[in-house]
Design a protein around this ligand. Structure first.
Ligand code: BDR
Ligand code: CA
Length: 309
């Protein structure tokens, strides 16, 4: 299995990325780091503890990272994820504490463990990873690649052209993209195919476990806020698509392309300029997702839920 660190901001869809990482046999989930994004860091860290424990996931350290973007204030996405970033279900009080190390320390120690290089899947703003790149350039060779849910080849969701994770910390995204690390972007153009339809929710409910029932409550809440905010009564379950690429690469089609992050646009800050037609004649710096096997993706999620408690 591929060793993986998951950097996330749970967040309804992040939860499915956590569960997929923990349960899929092709992934060896070594660590979870949290970041301020969908909610404040205190909430995203708490939520990571809640959803690992309730699904019976043990032995995966969880460390909090950055509570705010590098150069901008944090605007938690309360209108989508609720005041605690995990609106909907009642949250059980977790018994397992967060790891005493910071996210940067936990990433460092995980990379230092013997064995093959580690893949980092990021499903929130890239603040932690930008800080790591700055703090530990000597360790980047221990990172196999970064797979990020963020950006879009087309329109955005928080402004007309910016996707939420990119918009929250565009400076961080630019640092990580400029690091030379292998980088794959799973943007809205693909995650908007992974919709929590009625059939999907019924399938998950039929799994019959505690995590699955909790997942149904999450998706029901998520669909209600997506309908109000985005006019989408079937919300896109973005984040596990990034994990699915690592678990089963054939599910996601990617192409090499140049991505530049808009940092100063008066209307477009945080937009990902993806040069799919190579108009700018700059060398590609990323792989960009362009397609998803939707059926295969939900099969993977269902299999993961069946393996959890
Ligand atoms: C991204 O923003 C967050 O709301 C989701 O968790 C996902 O990571 C989608 O734009
Ligand atoms: Ca997220």
């Amino acid at each position: 299995p591929t060793p993986v660190i998951l950097d996330c901001d749970p967040g309804h869809d992040d939860v499915f990325a956590i569960w997929l990482a923990a349960a899929n046999p092709e992934i060896d989930l070594r660590a979870i780091t949290t970041v301020g994004g969908n909610g404040r860091l205190s909430h995203t860290t708490y939520n990571a503890r809640v959803v690992t424990e309730l699904a019976g996931i043990t032995g995966v350290p969880i460390s909090p990272g950055a509570d705010a973007p590098l150069e901008r204030p944090l605007s938690p996405a309360e209108w989508i994820h609720g005041a605690n970033a995990l609106g909907g279900p009642e949250l059980p009080v977790p018994t397992v504490e967060a790891d005493p190390r910071t996210a940067i320390e936990l990433i460092r120690d995980t990379l230092d463990a013997p064995g093959e290089p580690v893949t980092i899947v990021a499903t929130g703003p890239l603040t932690n990873l930008a800080q790591f790149v700055r703090a530990h350039p000597e360790r980047l060779s221990r990172i196999r690649e970064i797979v990020w849910m963020g950006g879009s080849t087309g329109r955005g969701n928080i402004t007309p052209y910016a996707e939420f994770n990119a918009w929250t910390d565009p400076e961080a995204a630019a640092i990580v993209l400029g690091s030379g690390l292998r980088f794959t972007m799973i943007g809205l153009n693909v995650t908007h195919q992974a919709l929590a339809t009625r059939e999907v929710i019924a399938r998950i409910g039929a799994v019959g476990t505690r995590a699955a029932a909790f997942g149904v409550e999450l998706l029901t809440f998520f669909n209600s806020t997506y309908e109000i905010d985005q006019g989408m009564p079937e919300g896109p379950v973005h984040d596990p698509v990034a994990m699915a690429l690592v678990a089963r690469p054939a599910l996601v089609t990617t192409v090499p392309a140049r991505i530049d992050i808009e940092l100063r646009g008066t209307e477009t800050a945080g937009a990902t300029s993806v040069d799919l037609l190579n108009k700018l004649k700059r060398p590609p710096n990323a792989h960009v997702a362009t397609g998803l096997d939707v059926e295969g993706f939900w099969d993977l999620i269902e299999d993961a839920l069946r393996a959890l408690s």
